[in-house]
Design a protein around this ligand. Structure first.
Ligand SMILES: [Zn+2]
Length: 252
């Protein structure tokens, strides 16, 4: 957030304090929900006596370095797949659109998710972890990397042109992810990657780089611009409303 002040990609057009409060309050609820779901799954794995030695990676005798690579790629692939599905299944989009309804983009947008979306993500990801039983340090390293890259990619940070051009080949940059938060649906339904843009290239969901690092893009959802739809209560209730801020996503 300090870097955003020094090198802003797009200065905030509204006083940010209220928006920051809402984003951070929603983040606290969403992270609390994810933590609760993870703790419950951990307790269930203990009760079922699921042990790392019985996991697929250990059973196949996979070398430790390969376990780390498989863990990193698998977790990032799950994040990519869940994200892409969330844009194309109506009830998942209702939850995920809370993240997209932020009319500005900065570091506080990173964890602005509906708590139910985070519970679903945890409940889908954890069984995969239980089956693979990867090294715990590999999971933690991926999780920490994902938090750092996600915070960077949501931030309003203007990286130098040359650096952005090189970095976007390997990791998701602020300019790369800004396109995903565009109000234009064709751009929203692209650039889904969390850490590695590789998955967008592999599955043909990468958008061409927007001119001027996407500064001119309108961010957010056209249907959620008024102050009422941005209150904390409205954001929590949005997925369950008949006329929600979200609209049915495009097919494809
Ligand atoms: Zn999205």
């Amino acid at each position: 957030m300090l870097l955003e002040v020094v090198l802003p990609l797009h200065p905030s057009s509204t006083p940010p304090l209220l928006r920051w409060f809402r984003n951070l309050a929603l983040s606290a609820l969403a992270l609390g929900a994810a933590f609760s779901a993870s703790t419950l799954s951990w307790a269930a794995s203990r009760a079922l006596e699921i042990r790392p030695e019985s996991g697929m990676l250990s059973s196949l005798g996979t070398p430790v370095w390969a376990q780390w690579v498989i863990t990193f790629l698998t977790l990032d692939a799950i994040a990519y797949a869940l994200h892409r599905i969330s844009h194309h299944v109506n009830w998942l989009w209702r939850l995920h659109s809370v993240h997209h309804s932020d009319p500005e983009l900065d570091a506080t947008t990173t964890h602005r998710h509906h708590p139910v979306e985070n519970v679903i993500t945890a409940l889908i990801s954890l069984p995969v972890l239980l089956v693979l039983a990867p090294p715990v340090w590999a999971v933690l390293t991926y999780s920490m990397t994902a938090v750092v890259i996600s915070t960077l990619s949501h931030s309003s940070l203007a990286l130098p042109d040359g650096l952005d051009k090189v970095l976007r080949n390997f990791i998701v940059t602020p300019a790369y992810h800004r396109t995903h938060h565009s109000a234009e649906r064709i751009q929203t339904d692209s650039n889904y990657a969390t850490v590695l843009p590789l998955f967008d290239r592999l599955f043909r969901s990468a958008s061409p780089a927007a001119p001027d690092k996407g500064r001119a893009l309108t961010i957010g959802l056209e249907t959620a611009r008024d102050a009422r739809s941005q209150s904390l209560w409205a954001l929590l209730m949005a997925p369950f409303r008949r006329s929600t801020t979200s609209t049915k996503p495009l097919e494809g």
